[in-house]
Write a protein that binds this ligand. Structure first.
Ligand code: ASP
Length: 222
């Protein structure tokens, strides 16, 4: 009963989230507009998105296929072909959990991995193994620090790597979980968690891309 009460309160508060985010974003945009920096925000956000997408692509098209080839000793192209439906679903739903049945089907029937392995590794991997999310969180925190002209030391950058990895393990396999858990990474290096509002408007598209990498890495680490 207590859990249900908490859920009701949480859902009530969540309904106001768009309003709150609108307020924070308007505040930032208005301040930047007064200083004549609006164009800067647009180009910084574009550069940030490009960096995340290029990094995710490098991971999906270079690192993971090399792992499949040399560690898994099998053909990455063949596995990628079998995963197409699961990857498209990951892209459109932005949820590894929602994609899980299709990932299991693809890895078992198309890649020929035994049910004993898929039924243990894939559900576990869906929640703890999120390469795309940790990569995105690390890039996003550094980008947010740069937006606000904060110089991060090498030590702080190292802390970001560790906390982003841990936060991605803790993130649920649902849309925007990585963005919310990024608060931990920002706080670990003394940055303001409210800054995530700045990248919120462009997060959905990045969420779709990182979920594809999250689902791809599961197949690769089978
Ligand atoms: N949407 C991602 C997933 O389900 C998690 C995230 O928000 O990074 O894999």
């Amino acid at each position: 009963a207590f859990f249900e009460v908490m859920m009701k309160i949480t859902m009530f508060i969540i309904r106001f989230a768009p309003l709150g985010i609108f307020g924070i974003v308007s505040n930032i945009v208005a301040k930047q507009a007064l200083q004549g920096n609006l164009g800067d925000i647009g180009s910084s956000l574009g550069l940030y998105m490009l960096t995340v997408i290029l990094a995710l692509a490098t991971h999906a098209f270079i690192t993971l296929p090399l792992l499949v080839k040399f560690v898994g000793k099998s053909d990455p192209v063949k596995h990628a072909r079998g995963m197409v439906t699961a990857l498209l679903t990951a892209f459109s739903t932005a949820s590894s959990s929602a994609t899980l049945p299709l990932t299991m089907e693809a890895v078992e029937y198309n890649s020929g991995v035994s049910n004993k392995i898929t039924s243990f590794v894939l559900p576990l991997g869906a929640t703890v193994n999120m390469d795309g999310t940790s990569l995105y969180q690390a890039v996003a925190v550094v980008a947010l620090a740069q937006f606000h002209a904060v110089d991060l030391s090498i030590g702080q950058q190292f802390v970001i790597i560790i906390t982003a990895t841990l936060a991605s393990i803790g993130a649920a396999a649902v849309p925007s979980a990585g963005l919310v858990l990024m608060i931990i990474v920002l706080e670990s290096v003394g940055l303001d968690p409210a800054w995530i509002a700045l990248i919120f408007p462009v997060d959905r598209i990045l969420d779709m891309c990182r979920t594809v990498v999250n689902v791809t890495d599961r197949k690769s680490t089978r």
